[in-house]
Ligand binder design. Structure first.
Ligand SMILES: *Cc1c(COP(=O)(O)O)cnc(C)c1O
Length: 368
């Protein structure tokens, strides 16, 4: 039985009337740019995150870029981030002329290892940017303590973690800024690109709002050079239609994860995800296993048309584009090991029990 890694058409099948109404409403009042749908989604995502302010932008990448700009990051500055993430987490730092400073990860969570951050701080450091990879928050308490000690800002890359919790606190609400992505494969996905920044800081909020419209305020007066990075009204309307389902979807993902955990526990050469006690709600944007026998398992998956993906095959310090940073391949042994062993399997809400059984059976046949 073929099992897709993700099948968005299944959710469209039951959301069709709500999504079509949302789209037609925007078409009818033709408020395509920063219409009331954007303001409404901003209020909803701020409330969901437990913060007063949110700014809708064109993508998760732009959310990170604009949040860093709001922290005044520019040439000569350093930003500390995880060595193991989606490219955008590091790319945005370089795009601002700043230097990404990579820190190795915890092999259990694949998130930045807080114990290694202090050694990476220099007089040039301005921001620490933890990534909440796969839907589990990074260990934020020690990160916030370091930020306070060295007077640094914290930008949470919460692209994979909307609605996830750390000790009962929501992703994006702990640092100075939290950044979400609405890329279609995220837990809350648009019909295209979209992103959002959340914050408690009123001045930071105002800067982000200006940065998404070229640095403008009021109209045709520019205080600094910003971007054209607005969340489309159409995307916002679709996202608001989907938002009431987000909690249920994330719980369904977590329920699938518990079944995988149980059925794949204790198998030789296979590591199931480790959920820390501080991760009071893991939203499983990905269910990520690790095995030194990954190749065998993925070959079996391909044979049976079971969807899978390696997030991520190459840590940042080994990427061609970051060669000028001067890192050596032997640095960051933990992220290198993760890159060699991890693979993610289907965990989307609408996956059926039969499909999940097929995935489990295929893995078992390879490693037991
Ligand atoms: C998806 C993602 C982004 C970027 O979001 P886009 O909306 O695709 O620009 C950034 N960081 C992480 C960790 C992501 O998973």
């Amino acid at each position: 039985m073929a099992v897709p890694l993700l099948d968005l058409s299944r959710q469209y099948a039951y959301l069709k009337p709500e999504i079509e109404k949302a789209v037609f409403d925007v078409m009818e009042n033709s408020s395509f740019i920063l219409g009331p749908q954007v303001a409404r989604l901003e209020e909803q995502v701020a409330a969901l995150s437990g913060v007063p302010y949110a700014v809708g932008v064109a993508s998760g990448t732009d959310a990170l870029l604009i949040a860093l700009r709001a922290c005044d990051v520019g040439p000569g500055d350093e930003v500390i981030t995880s060595n193991f993430s989606f490219f955008a987490s590091a790319g945005v730092i370089s795009r601002l002329g700043a230097r990404p400073v990579f820190v190795d990860i915890d092999l259990n969570t694949y998130n930045i290892d807080p114990g290694l951050i202090e050694a990476a701080i220099s007089p040039k450091t301005k921001v620490i940017m933890p990534v909440h990879l796969f839907g589990q928050l990074a260990d934020m308490d020690p990160i916030m303590a370091l930020a306070q000690k060295y007077n640094l800002k914290v930008v949470e890359d919460a692209a994979q973690a909307i609605g996830a919790e750390y000790k009962g606190r929501k992703a994006g609400s702990i640092g100075d800024f939290g950044c979400f992505s609405f890329y279609p494969s995220k837990n809350l996905g648009a019909a295209g690109d979209g992103g959002m920044i959340v914050t408690r800081d009123e001045a930071g909020y105002k800067r982000c709002r200006m940065l998404r419209v070229h640095g403008e305020n009021p109209k045709y007066y520019y205080h600094f050079i910003g971007y054209n990075s607005r969340l489309d009204s159409l995307q916002a309307a679709i996202l608001s239609a989907k938002l009431p389902y987000l909690q249920k979807w994330s719980e369904q993902r977590a329920a699938h994860a518990r079944i995988y955990d149980r059925e794949l526990a204790g198998l030789k050469d296979l590591k199931t995800p480790v959920v820390k006690s501080y991760a009071t709600f893991h939203i499983y944007n990905q269910y990520t296993l690790a095995s030194p026998r990954r190749k065998t398992i993925l070959t079996a998956f391909s044979g049976k048309k079971i969807g899978h993906c390696i997030y991520y095959p190459l840590p940042f310090h080994k990427q061609e584009c970051f060669k000028p940073l001067g890192y050596r391949a032997e640095e960051f042994p933990v992220s290198s090991q993760a890159a060699d062993e991890v693979f993610s399997i289907p965990v989307y809400p609408e996956m059926t029990a039969e499909e999940q059984a097929e995935v489990i059976e295929t893995i078992r046949s390879c490693v037991s």
